[in-house]
Design a protein around this ligand. Structure first.
Ligand SMILES: *[C@@H]1O[C@H](CO)[C@@H](O)[C@H](O)[C@H]1NC(C)=O
Ligand SMILES: *[C@@H]1O[C@H](CO)[C@@H](O)[C@H](O)[C@H]1NC(C)=O
Ligand SMILES: *[C@@H]1O[C@H](CO)[C@@H](O)[C@H](O)[C@H]1NC(C)=O
Ligand SMILES: *[C@@H]1O[C@H](CO)[C@@H](O)[C@H](O)[C@H]1NC(C)=O
Ligand SMILES: *[C@@H]1O[C@H](CO)[C@@H](O)[C@H](O)[C@H]1NC(C)=O
Ligand SMILES: *[C@@H]1O[C@H](CO)[C@@H](O)[C@H](O)[C@H]1NC(C)=O
Length: 377
């Protein structure tokens, strides 16, 4: 009996051992599969976000950053915006920028099939003449803007690693280079290495209605609000921080709203504190800039703002900088008084705020729809 019992017991323990082994086996297989899915996901993120470091189609002249510039201006530009790039070059010729240790490149992507007015040959020629074009290997599309933006930061922070500041602007933005330069020279040397400054947008929410231009699915962006981020129109960043953002980008799922992803999601992940531009710096609506410019031309009241959108007027950046130069040359411009404040005199335009409906909605629509259909090109 004791023998029988022993057999029974050993049979039982054998069963237990089999069960345990089978369970462990399943567990191992399960863990293996889970981790495989995770590494696959990680590899997918890597592959997806790596596109911005792939070899560009066109690179800028390699002399552009030889002399350790003070400012590198990177301008995101739709490949077909030949006139806008021309306006930037006329407003601020490379030689003029050079006298302030500044250089500038334009960030382009590949010509989309829908584009009828521009050929790659023309872009090649433009690059031959000006040597200021960086053209990425991805297709021109507003959903690819994050690639373009990262490509610019990556280029500036590696090729122009020794630069002091990177200024990122859009091609449809008007800005006063003189004031930009003055502002940046005023930054104490000890603060330059970790410098980042722009117009902060707080408390913005993802649009979850399908019909919205800014419609974002929960898959694309799984949180219910956006972190604070800079308006992508114009912001300043040190090459050191830019490099950190590019490194960090690889570990996050791609998100197509470039300024939110790069200056919001990535800076938040790295614990980088955003710094607001000085007061009276950015004009949020085109009409205010128009008003400001008109007063400068007709009343010789100097425009006391530095940045604003061009409202679809390609040549505005030239007119604005010309008027500022005239003010300096004739030395007869007055400073705007408080009761003459721009936001009061141009009050009727206020309800047309572009920021009233989330971030620069108008900007993308303008860049990728209106401009393409209204462009005289
Ligand atoms: C430009 O850089 C050179 C050399 O680094 C320096 O001598 C010069 O003063 C700088 N010019 C301006 C306008 O910052
Ligand atoms: C590009 O430049 C070449 C040589 O200068 C010229 O023959 C050609 O017409 C130009 N093409 C375009 C599209 O501007
Ligand atoms: C860019 O946009 C196009 C749509 O025009 C899309 O087919 C493509 O997958 C996107 N990404 C890249 C890297 O080109
Ligand atoms: C800014 O304007 C002042 C006054 O006209 C001029 O002396 C200076 O060279 C200008 N600086 C830049 C960066 O354009
Ligand atoms: C956004 O918040 C920051 C602090 O988190 C603040 O400095 C900044 O003024 C705010 N900007 C706006 C436009 O409210
Ligand atoms: C400033 O000088 C310019 C050029 O001489 C002139 O056209 C303009 O009317 C002057 N503005 C004022 C307020 O005197």
């Amino acid at each position: 009996m004791s023998y029988k019992l022993f057999i029974n017991e050993s049979k039982m323990s054998k069963n237990i051992i089999y069960t345990v082994i089978t369970a462990i086996l399943f567990l191992v297989i399960w863990i293996y599969r889970i981790s495989n899915i995770e590494t696959n996901n990680a590899i997918n993120i890597l592959k997806q976000n790596n596109i911005f470091i792939m070899k560009p189609i066109i690179e800028p002249a390699n002399t552009l950053c030889q002399s350790n510039p003070f400012i590198v201006i990177i301008v995101t530009s739709y490949v077909g915006h030949v006139e806008l790039r021309s306006a930037h070059r006329r407003a601020m010729p490379q030689e003029y920028l050079k006298s302030f240790n500044t250089t500038r490149i334009f960030l382009l992507a590949r010509i989309p099939k829908t584009e009828k007015y521009i050929t790659q040959e023309a872009i090649d020629n433009e690059s031959q003449i000006f040597g200021d074009i960086l053209q990425g290997p991805f297709m021109e599309n507003y959903r690819n803007l994050t690639y373009k933006h990262l490509m610019g930061l990556q280029w500036a922070s590696s090729v122009c690693e020794k630069a002091t500041f990177i200024l990122k602007v859009d091609d449809d933005i008007v800005f006063d280079f003189n004031r930009t330069y003055k502002y940046l020279t005023s930054i104490p040397i000890s603060q330059r290495e970790m410098f980042i400054s722009g117009h902060i947008l707080n408390n913005t929410l993802p649009r979850r209605q399908k019909q919205n231009k800014w419609y974002v699915t929960w898959d694309e962006y799984p949180r219910s609000n956006y972190p604070p981020y800079f308006s992508g129109w114009y912001y300043i960043i040190s090459p050191k921080i830019a490099k950190e953002l590019c490194k960090e980008a690889i570990y996050h799922p791609y998100f197509w709203i470039d300024d939110i992803f790069i200056t919001g999601v990535l800076t938040e992940a790295l614990g980088i504190q955003l710094k607001e531009l000085p007061i009276n710096y950015m004009l949020e609506y085109y009409e205010l800039l128009e008003c400001c410019l008109k007063d400068m031309i007709t009343k010789s009241i100097k425009c006391d703002y530095v940045v604003g959108p061009n409202g679809g007027r390609n040549n505005l950046i030239v007119e604005f900088n010309q008027a500022l130069t005239n003010c300096d040359m004739w030395k007869n411009c007055t400073v705007r008084t408080l009761d003459n404040s721009l936001k009061r005199t141009c009050v009727m335009y206020r309800e047309r705020s572009i920021f009233s409906d989330g971030q620069g909605e108008v900007r993308y629509i303008k860049l990728y729809n209106l401009r393409q259909t209204t462009s005289p090109l």
